[in-house]
Design a protein around this ligand. Structure first.
Ligand SMILES: Cc1cc2nc3c(=O)[nH]c(=O)nc-3n(C[C@H](O)[C@H](O)[C@H](O)COP(=O)(O)OP(=O)(O)OC[C@H]3O[C@@H](n4cnc5c(N)ncnc54)[C@H](O)[C@@H]3O)c2cc1C
Length: 294
């Protein structure tokens, strides 16, 4: 049953300190649910799958919209929208992020949906998540105890479960400087180009050193397991290897051991595996061609 709007309470904090204090006070009672762009929450409310009645409106926290260079990397406020990310010059050095931002929903969604909301919603199909994983992102969580950092690779502890305390708010995501000369590829495979949830989403980075062997590799996937993940067996098969058709065959086989796609309304497991292997083969072909062109 749809939630009756008259039964919902929306609390507006003055600033971040007030917001985390309200969240902390509510943690033992009827917890406040953070509300950012609302593009996930309103769907759940409309579908009647969300029973939460109290919401913490993050929109007054304008400091969480900022995107700025930080220690060779970039710090992106949790309330930065995907449209802002796609347009901001400071994000351009991490090209897979603006590319992902431009295929999340369509223009209306990109104008409201936030990076923090995508991360906190924790859907295995969240399109920005493999990108954050491939770039070794760090999540900044704030509470009345201060701010702490969580490596993005440690954030998801199970299907839609985060290593966040109930009174913590995501305030920013930092991308560290990225290795130079790495070949990158972002691919989202869905039913169509816009407004489609991924059947498979991939973000990869690979660098071949001067001696001709792979010295940096990240293969990050969404929609192929209960959580966004890096394919560790496939990465191990590549690291230290020379890019070659034989290496590519071993890596594609290893990928089948790394991922656990399922049948659901959007696709089936066999198709997802076939697509993931084809995307990986494309990525390795591109990396190989780069290397030969040097
Ligand atoms: C038509 C449509 C198309 C879509 N297409 C895509 C798509 O292509 N790809 C994709 O990845 N997603 C898609 N989405 C899902 C959604 O737009 C994204 O997940 C979006 O990034 C959510 O951000 P939000 O700000 O709207 O979050 P909200 O809906 O406000 O919140 C989502 C969740 O995160 C929590 N939360 C929000 N901010 C914080 C914070 N700072 N700290 C802690 N918790 C927080 C909320 O409590 C809630 O649980 C689509 C949604 C719709 C309606």
């Amino acid at each position: 049953m749809k939630a009756a709007l008259s039964q919902l309470e929306v609390v507006r904090p003055r600033d971040l300190a007030h917001a985390v204090s309200l969240l902390h006070e509510s943690a033992g009672a009827e917890r406040l649910t953070p509300l950012a762009g609302g593009t996930d929450l309103f769907v759940y409310l409309n579908a009647g799958t969300l029973t939460d009645r109290r919401y913490l409106d993050l929109s007054p926290l304008s400091e969480l919209r900022a995107i700025r260079p930080a220690k060779g990397g970039v710090r992106i406020g949790a309330l930065a929208t995907f449209d802002a990310i796609a347009r901001h010059a400071a994000c351009a050095r991490w090209p897979m992020l603006p590319q992902a931002a431009r295929v999340i929903g369509a223009a209306q969604i990109q104008n409201r949906a936030t990076l923090g909301g995508n991360v906190a919603n924790a859907s295995p199909a969240g399109d920005s998540l493999p990108v954050l994983l491939a770039y070794d992102a760090v999540v900044h969580a704030a509470s009345v105890r201060g701010e702490r950092e969580i490596a993005f690779g440690k954030l998801y502890t199970g299907y839609r479960r985060l290593a966040l305390e109930p009174d913590e708010l995501i305030v920013a995501v930092t991308l560290p400087d990225r290795p130079g000369r790495a070949r990158e590829l972002f691919r989202k495979v869905g039913t169509r180009a816009a407004q489609s949830i991924s059947k498979v989403v991939f973000a990869g980075a690979l660098r071949v050193d001067r001696g001709g062997v792979v010295d940096h590799v990240r293969l990050a996937w969404g929609s192929v397991a209960p959580v966004t993940l890096r394919s560790s067996a496939a990465e191990s098969a590549l690291l230290g290897a020379r890019p070659s058709p034989d290496a590519a065959a071993a890596v594609r086989e290893a990928l089948a051991r790394d991922i656990a796609p399922i049948d659901d309304i959007r696709s089936d497991a066999a198709y997802r595996l076939a697509v993931a292997q084809a995307v990986l083969a494309q990525f390795l072909r591109l990396a190989h061609a780069d290397f030969r062109a040097r």
